[in-house]
Design a protein around this ligand. Structure first.
Ligand code: HEC
Length: 129
């Protein structure tokens, strides 16, 4: 099944389940708020390394991500390593599905454990390059 068909099918399924079962909505809402994984120094360091490898060419000074986020959200929101307002679930979603000008990043390019490390790194207090 193509990704689009699957996404549409999921959206329909989710919509019908939401109408039928409010409990599902509550569950979906709580999983959307899934916290960052327990951030040990080792996990954060692994996340920093994965970020350098997979994200930094677009998300540090001079990158397209930084440029576009500066235009869309303003300079102080443009470097995602300096932000403290990115929800773990939002980071996971954007990485796996892409966002307008950002291409999706597959599990082959960035396996789930590395994505979780990146999430921990970006969610760590005062994350910085
Ligand atoms: C090829 C360039 C590129 C790579 C690689 C890339 N990004 Fe992005 N990213 C972008 C662009 C461009 C945007 C802005 C999208 C837009 O608003 O159109 C963006 C936006 C985002 C946002 C949304 C920020 C917001 O406030 O909405 C997050 C989160 C994000 N990227 C995380 C990551 C992470 C984590 C990685 C590495 C695993 C990564 N990106 C790799 C280009 C990239």
């Amino acid at each position: 099944m193509s990704r689009l068909v699957r996404a549409v099918a999921f959206a329909c399924l989710a919509a019908s389940s939401l109408a039928a079962a409010p409990a599902f909505a509550a569950e979906a809402a709580s999983s959307a708020a899934a916290p960052a994984p327990a951030a040990t120094p080792a996990l954060i360091e692994r996340g920093r390394a994965a970020f350098t490898h997979r994200c930094s060419m677009c998300h540090r000074e001079g990158g397209t991500g930084t440029f576009i986020l500066a235009r869309r959200l303003g300079a102080e929101q443009s470097l995602i390593e300096k932000r403290t307002n990115l929800a773990p679930e939002y980071i996971r979603y954007v990485v796996r599905w892409g966002l307008v000008n950002m291409p999706r990043i597959s599990r082959v390019e960035l396996p789930d454990p590395d994505l979780e490390a990146v999430v921990a790194y970006l969610s760590a207090p005062r994350a910085g390059p």
